[in-house]
Design a binder for this molecule. Structure first.
Ligand code: ATP
Length: 302
């Protein structure tokens, strides 16, 4: 049996996010074009003699108890598949927290993959997907980590061709925003226009038409968040002024992303945006990790 398994847990951005309505279960009906990034946490699971789940993470905003989504993923596996197993989960946090980048969801998805391997469970991708959807709307996407259009709560995935590795600048204004708060703001003032087709934006991006894709894309949470948080509105304005062709808020925010044509353009934008110590600026790119690049067992790729 493996002694430890390490899994890359990529961040995601929503290139589009349209809210189609409110569902009876209280969630919103969504359509969203989502892509994984090269920016990733590392989730390492190792065997322990005890039958408990222990999580370690040095980031001050990440809980280390049952509120941690990685712990919830491990407990779900223990409940349904293998009671009595223990593991230590060590999270190296690189994704900004509560930033609209699915940080907790991706750690949960990576934990499912890691423990499936560590505990020798042999669960299929479909079985893991079903467990992932019980943990949260973004967890199934993070499990597959492939460009997809999410519908329903975001968990019904239509995979699309991988996109080019466009460079991406992420700018976080330096404060956290909970997804719940962003949707509550939207509900107070719901948007009715709905002209975005996620598939059309994906097609434009595949053809390299970044400006046209940006013109066609929408995030229905962006205007409500920007009008309640002037720092976000200001940031959107500043990032657009760098000349990057595709600028928007990701998910519920407050992180703003900018997709550029080449790495030089992205580096230039990052330099122009630097200078405010509260801001966090990261330069990354769109990237899909295949299984071998994503999972390693006892230090070796599988
Ligand atoms: P999403 O877009 O999926 O709603 P997010 O990216 O905006 O999420 P997260 O980084 O997941 O936000 O953080 C939301 C909250 O989740 C944090 O405030 C934190 O307390 C909690 N949390 C639980 N587990 C984790 C984890 N493994 N990593 C980060 N945050 C976690």
């Amino acid at each position: 049996m493996s002694a430890w398994v390490e899994v890359l847990a990529p961040a995601k951005i929503n290139l589009t996010l349209t809210i189609k309505g409110r569902r009876d279960d209280g969630y919103h009906e969504l359509e969203s074009l989502m892509v994984p990034l090269a920016l990733a946490d590392v989730v390492r699971c190792q065997a322990t003699a005890e039958d408990r789940i222990v999580v370690r993470c040095a980031h001050p905003q990440v809980p280390t108890g049952r509120e941690n989504l990685a712990v919830q993923a491990a407990e779900l596996l223990r409940k349904h598949v293998c009671p009595g197993r223990g593991a230590e989960i060590i999270i190296t946090k690189r994704i900004p927290v509560a930033a609209g980048l699915a940080g907790g969801s991706t750690d949960a998805a990576a934990t499912l993959l890691a423990l499936n391997q560590l505990w020798g469970l042999g669960l299929t991708v479909t079985e893991l997907h079903n467990l992932a959807s019980q943990l949260g709307a973004d967890v199934p996407f993070c499990l597959h980590a492939r460009a997809a259009i999410g519908r329903g709560r975001g968990e019904r995935l239509q995979f699309i061709e991988p996109m080019a590795n466009w460079p991406v600048v992420l700018v976080n204004p330096g404060f956290a925003l909970s997804t719940r708060v962003a949707y509550a703001l939207f509900d107070q003032n719901p948007v009715v226009n709905d002209h975005t087709s996620a598939l059309e934006v994906a097609r434009l991006l595949r053809d390299g038409l970044l400006v046209a894709a940006a013109q066609h894309a929408q995030n229905h949470l962006q205007d409500v968040v920007a009008s309640h948080y002037p720092a976000v509105a200001e940031l959107l304005h500043e990032v657009r002024a760098t000349g990057m062709p595709f600028v928007a808020q990701t998910g519920s925010g407050p992180t703003i992303f900018a997709v550029g044509e080449d790495a030089k353009m992205a580096q230039r934008a990052a330099r122009l945006l630097a200078g405010n110590p509260e801001r966090l600026i990261l330069v990354t790119k769109l990237e899909e990790f295949s299984g071998e690049k994503r999972i390693s067992v006892n230090g070796k790729s599988i």
